[in-house]
Ligand binder design. Structure first.
Ligand code: HEC
Length: 291
């Protein structure tokens, strides 16, 4: 098993190194390395047939296609952009949150990997948290990784959210019957209406609108909530809304503000100003388009 981990590790590091080759100095420069990896963005090769990374741009999709990817699974709020991937690529959508990774969803992903074992790219938004965690939990469920290997990968991929880390740590091999009994993945998960998304935004925003004091229970999930807010605004921007050119612009601004809030919260800042700017953005859009 250790040998396996080393081999997997080499693949992973190879991918990582490519992502920031400028800052990487190899201690073994005299030894010929592997041929250069043409992919210039950060993805991880968990197994020869299972890659995880960020939502790819059109150029990155073209690069991934050269690796022989046959299926793409988005665990982001938004489905894969099937029009960019081309007809021959199968797409699946399993939207995940940042707080936890329920076992029913782990089993569904494991079922997909087991019943149709083709070269697969799993992506979330940034490629660091949900995608790697989901793929690792599924590999554990399928008994293709042991727990120690999974923990090494969690760190290497940079999975930070505690609920996702716990899910991978607690995932364990399941019987093939149980895996086969899981619900198959959909090509595109059902969409929610704008008013439903706004109601969800409201709940998350309730935990984010004020800088919490350290003993406030909402202080513990600020990172998860900030990431979730970005997701919900991204989904809202895809959902049918008011027909007015100013509306998508305001939505774009809200996404940018929420993304900035996510960044600041992740850096451990109180983000008081950006919270105030977001509050103003909710009000401005409602004044123009709801009230
Ligand atoms: C770019 C525009 C825009 C932004 C930004 C925006 N909203 Fe909304 N919101 C809407 C629109 C449009 C509706 C009405 C949706 C409908 O009823 O179809 C709405 C509805 C709502 C509702 C009522 C949902 C229901 O039950 O019908 C709530 C609550 C809400 N928004 C909360 C928020 C909060 C909190 C924020 C900021 C963190 C926010 N919104 C930011 C456009 C926006």
């Amino acid at each position: 098993m250790r040998r396996m981990l080393m081999i997997l590790g080499m693949f992973g590091l190879e991918a990582c190194d490519q992502a920031d080759s400028d800052s990487t100095t190899s201690p073994t420069q005299s030894v010929p390395g592997p041929p250069p990896n043409p992919i210039k963005f950060e993805f991880q090769r968990l197994t020869p047939d299972l890659l995880v990374g960020p939502r790819p741009s059109p150029e990155q999709i073209a690069e991934l296609s050269t690796l022989g990817i046959q299926k793409v699974i988005s665990v982001d709020a938004l489905p894969p952009e099937s029009s960019l991937w081309g007809k021959s690529i199968r797409v699946r959508h399993l939207p995940l949150g940042y707080r936890d990774l329920p076992q029913t969803l782990q089993l569904r992903l494991a079922r997909e990997l087991a019943t149709d074992p083709v070269k697969t790219y799993v992506h979330c938004h940034h490629g660091k948290h949900r995608g790697p965690a989901a793929a690792l939990a599924a590999l554990r469920t399928l008994d293709q990784l042991d727990q120690a290997e999974a923990m090494v990968w969690l760190d290497r991929c940079g999975v930070e959210y505690q609920g996702l880390r716990d899910a991978v740590q607690n995932a364990k091999p399941e019987s093939i019957d149980k895996i086969q009994a899981a619900t198959p993945l959909e090509e595109v998960a059902a969409t929610r209406s704008l008013s439903r998304l706004m109601a969800e935004i409201d709940q998350v925003w309730d935990r984010l609108k004020k800088v919490p004091s350290p003993e406030d229970p909402v202080a513990r999930t600020q990172k998860e909530d900030a990431s979730q807010l970005v997701d919900l605004f991204r989904l809202s921007s895809e959902s049918a809304g008011p027909v007015d050119p100013a509306y998508p612009r305001q939505m774009r601004e809200a996404i940018d503000l929420a993304t900035e809030l996510e960044t600041q919260v992740q850096l451990g800042q109180d983000a008081a100003q950006i919270r105030a700017a977001l509050r103003a953005s909710c009000r401005a859009c409602h004044r123009a388009f709801r009230d």
